[in-house]
Design a protein around this ligand. Sequence first.
Ligand code: SIN
Ligand code: MN
Length: 208
Amino acid sequence: MEFNLVFEVYFMIHLQQYLSLEQQSQVIQACREVARISPLYTPKMPSGKPFNCQQTSCGSYGWISDRSGYRYSEIHPNTGKQFAPIPEIIYNLSKSLATQIGELDYIPQTCLINYYKSSGRLGLHQDNSEQNLKPAIISISLGDDAVFLVGGTKRSDATKEILLKSGDIIIMNSESRLLFHGVKKIIPGTYNLLKSGGRLNLTIRQVY
Ligand code: SIN
Ligand code: MN
């Protein structure tokens, strides 16, 4: 009898309640300052359908999506200006996390900020717009809990649900760098340092 069982299991790093309440409110404040220069907006998918979350970015580049596809741009699509710089607290946090996973020369070049209202979600996708797919993606969750989905390296792979709470960090590096992931739902009113409710997610990326 012949067995041909192949399991592909890749683990992403999930640091639960990594940020203190004080750090969480400092990061939220930093996001507010970014949004004053580079406001949140609702991007459209290449199909023209609006996203179920609002976005902005900070850093040398911002991730954008429109009829021309997914890509990085040096210009905010609504202001026509450069994105706000990455706030020091976010820069330092990402450098410290990258160092802890052995990525000593990690360069935080952009931070995508997603804001989800209670009905917000994000379809299953891979983070693959970066020209350099080696450096880690570092993700910070703030505000309401979210049911996060993690799959495999193929869209059709089975997914697993992970509850992400305020202050949690997800790191997608090495084997887990290209795992499909998404946000199934937000659990409203679970927790809130965000006066408006909802959830903020920050993903710090090295693009080049
Ligand atoms: C993203 O994949 O861009 C965001 C994920 C999240 O909101 O946790
Ligand atoms: Mn992503």
